[in-house]
Design a binder for this molecule. Sequence first.
Ligand SMILES: NC(=O)c1ccc[n+]([C@@H]2O[C@H](COP(=O)([O-])OP(=O)(O)OC[C@H]3O[C@@H](n4cnc5c(N)ncnc54)[C@H](O)[C@@H]3O)[C@@H](O)[C@H]2O)c1
Length: 275
Amino acid sequence: MELTGKTAIVTGSGRGIGLGIALAMGREGANVVINDRYLDDARKAAERINAGGGKAIGLAADVTNFDEIEAMVAETLRRFGTVDILVNNAGIESTPMLLKDVPERQWDRVLGVNLKGTFLCCKAVIPVMMRQNKGRIININSLAGRRMTFFGSADYTASKHGQVGLTLHLAWELADSNITVNAICPGATLTPLAEEGTTVEYREMVTKRLIPLGRWCTTDDVAGAAIYFASDRADMVTGQLLDVDGGVMTGYGEDLRAVIRQRMEQVQQAPAGKQ
Ligand SMILES: NC(=O)c1ccc[n+]([C@@H]2O[C@H](COP(=O)([O-])OP(=O)(O)OC[C@H]3O[C@@H](n4cnc5c(N)ncnc54)[C@H](O)[C@@H]3O)[C@@H](O)[C@H]2O)c1
């Protein structure tokens, strides 16, 4: 087990990617704090870990509210004594629309949860990690932190690019406290929400056009990267963005692969000088 005895706070882990990371960290021997804005979901997730022989507690806190975050960190210290790993996963998507139509309220909410939420959780946990002279911060970013995507509006893209900036800056700032800061950039990931919000046809279209490895990510795919960043194997790794996207960032999905292969064959078969 890679995380025995370590304590991890995973924000927004009542469901989806965060839940996958929390369950995986529990299996690796960590004490897990399941945070969510919905207490019921947090408690149910914690029960799953405890039923499997792990140690977890479910705590409600809104990552946009510093008082609630501080209370969560205090309770974590009371129960487990340390905070070794912070996974900033809580995030919301936005409705795809042109920027001119984005309501100011939506902009504030998306930036508030995805970017300011990361800042506030880091602010609450960093003093604890500095006292320990060790810590791991893992930000769950997105393909939208690497390029623009059509999954949300410019607010989502801006929030995730902002979190990338925070990741790089903090990696430098915290290096002399032996705290590493990295980000995982998942591509399209099949969570219950994604399954409810899209049709099979839409998901197949995204796979064909965008994903060379030919399928959507699972929450376990993302969790595997989080376990790596949290483990001792990543002691010298900081300020990194790890794409877990099935190859989307290479640029060419299955649709274009066929066109490119055809072109390669034509070129290889053509007499020299006729390409
Ligand atoms: N699903 C994808 O395809 C995908 C792809 C790339 C990145 N991501 C990122 O992964 C993260 C998780 O996404 P998901 O798909 O699992 O979403 P999800 O909606 O299934 O889960 C998000 C969880 O965060 C909680 N949450 C939301 N706002 C919160 C707040 N203010 N305080 C505390 N908890 C809050 C929700 O209650 C929910 O349990 C997000 O940061 C998202 O941007 C998702």
